[in-house]
Design a protein around this ligand. Structure first.
Ligand code: SF4
Length: 492
């Protein structure tokens, strides 16, 4: 869809952007009737200190990283791999290799950063041998893993190492050693390959799909057997188990009679992911990072998907109702209504308290993309007002959804930089800023409380009960006694 011509009102032109006026095309005011779409998913203007991550960060950090039982080897200088270590709270309880004499730990995917640590010598002479050695060494240390995932970055991409050839060699050696096939998949998404982490989401989806299809053809024993299938097998696509969100999401679907075969990719096992083409329905949560694989599975295996949101009451209830409607089961529809009623009843006392405390408070929202539209409804359900929204890597369809769900006139900034964030905080004076790890310090220095919108404070935030945790953290943020000192004019 072409970006409609849009003229940002003068009073909304941020002062900090006078030196980079190209940035104004990245800003709009929302309009429900005629959505205003800012310039988005394009290269960052040179000189603009973007907050974006690279494609590799999206590929490994967001979509691939949550897989819980694989060795993940980053073929790169150690710097690329550093940030995967213990930061994003995509949790997992998987420790397939736990046992006497074996390494065991939960959240292996977050606790270990495995990298080939490429050096100048490898750049000159190639790093393939080093990659093979690293994979085999990692397997020796973690022998119970389900497979190996290799990620390339700018350096390995530029020197042109044939990582797929290495993966095949490692697969052969491991099969010989273990007496069973071990998947070794490669994900090519060097940071420099396009504009933001969103490219990396896309790459992981497509490359996982292709390797899954090939693996299932070569090893049909990894597919679900007919006798194991049930009529209500589903997969949840695009949920990364942030701070245990899945502990609330999965039971709701199980209560209405579905069997959750796999989650792409939160805390999941590789063997379950290989069974996604055997389910009856894909339930798609993050529609920015995982629509790609949902489309591919729909095309390749004729498995439909539905778009859902698990945030807030109305959206979670709709997700359950839409699932029941898809299966056309009267029993499931009744169970869905029963579950919704029970959950709402359980949260009502707490919800009334938080609504009372939060009504009319102003929120600034800054996330990667989809949560700016997922959370419009959540804020409305709490009686709060979103005064500005910012997205790091949203595409046009995200902005269309934001326009439709937000009040008219909400200021949107695509791919904001630090100066813009600071000016928006001063201009719109939110009572709380929902933002990530890096930007929270800036907001707090300005006396604006924050809640971690990426990995949460004390999650889960998904579904009915998670909604209360979310409301509690917002409440505790706004009402924390410390802010009265910071906002005191005499305090300086
Ligand atoms: S931009 Fe390239 S060098 Fe930097 S972290 Fe990403 S992959 Fe590594």
């Amino acid at each position: 869809m072409a970006v409609p011509e849009y003229k940002l009102p003068e009073e909304f032109k941020l002062k900090c952007d006078r030196v980079i006026p190209e940035r104004y095309k990245h800003m709009v005011l929302t309009n429900r009737q005629r959505p205003n779409i800012p310039a988005c998913n394009i290269k960052t203007v040179p000189g603009d200190m973007t907050e974006r991550g690279c494609a590799f960060a999206g590929c490994r950090g967001v979509v691939g990283g949550p897989i819980g039982d694989c060795i993940q080897v980053v073929h790169a200088p150690a710097g690329c791999a550093w940030y995967q270590w213990g930061t994003r709270r995509n949790l997992s309880k998987i420790y397939a290799w736990a046992g006497p004499g074996k390494l065991c730990n939960d959240s292996h995917n977050r606790r270990r950063a495995i990298t080939t640590d490429l050096q100048e010598r490898d750049v000159v002479f190639g790093g393939m041998e080093k990659l093979k050695k690293a994979c085999l060494e990692a397997w020796r240390l973690i022998p119970g893993a389900a497979g190996i995932l290799i990620f390339t970055t700018c350096t390995s991409g530029l020197i042109g190492d044939d990582c797929k050839a290495v993966a095949k060699e490692v697969e052969k050696e491991l099969e010989k050693k273990e007496g069973r096939p071990i998947p070794v998949f490669v994900f090519d998404s060097p940071g420099l390959c396009r504009v933001s982490q969103s490219t990396g989401h896309h790459h992981f989806n497509v490359q996982f799909y292709e390797q899954m299809v090939e693996w299932r053809k070569e090893h049909p024993e990894f597919c679900m057997k007919e006798e194991e299938k049930t009529p209500y097998d589903v997969a949840i696509i695009g949920d990364f188990n942030m701070d245990w969100d899945l502990a609330y999401i999965k039971p709701l679907f199980e209560k209405i009679g579905c069997r959750v075969v796999a989650v792409f990719t939160g805390g999941e096992r590789l063997y379950n992911l290989l069974k996604i083409p055997d389910v009856k329905l894909n339930i798609l949560h993050c529609q920015r990072s995982c629509t790609y694989i949902s489309d591919l599975i729909k095309k390749g295996y004729e498995i439909p998907y539905i778009n859902v949101s698990f945030f807030g009451i109305e959206q979670t209830a709709k997700a359950l109702r839409d699932t029941a409607k898809f299966f056309g089961s009267k029993e499931m529809m009744e169970k869905a209504e029963q579950v919704i009623e029970e959950e709402i009843k359980a949260i009502t006392p707490a919800l009334n308290f938080y609504r009372e405390k939060l009504r009319g408070k102003k929120i600034g929202l800054y996330v990667g993309g989809p949560r700016v539209w997922h959370w419009q409804k959540v804020m409305q359900e709490l009686g709060m007002k979103v005064v500005f929204g910012m997205c790091t890597f949203a595409h046009e369809d995200d902005y269309e959804k934001i326009n439709k769900r937000a009040e008219d006139g909400v200021f949107l900034v695509d791919n904001p930089n630090e100066f813009e964030i600071e000016e928006c905080l001063e201009k719109f004076k939110p009572d709380l800023f929902l933002t990530g790890l890096k930007e929270k310090y800036l907001a707090r220095k300005l006396g604006v409380p924050t809640v971690n919108s990426h990995s949460y404070e004390k999650g889960p935030y998904a579904c009915f009960r998670g909604f209360i945790n979310f409301a509690r953290d917002i409440y505790q943020g706004i009402y924390a006694p410390v802010w009265k000192f910071v906002k005191d004019k005499d305090f300086a």
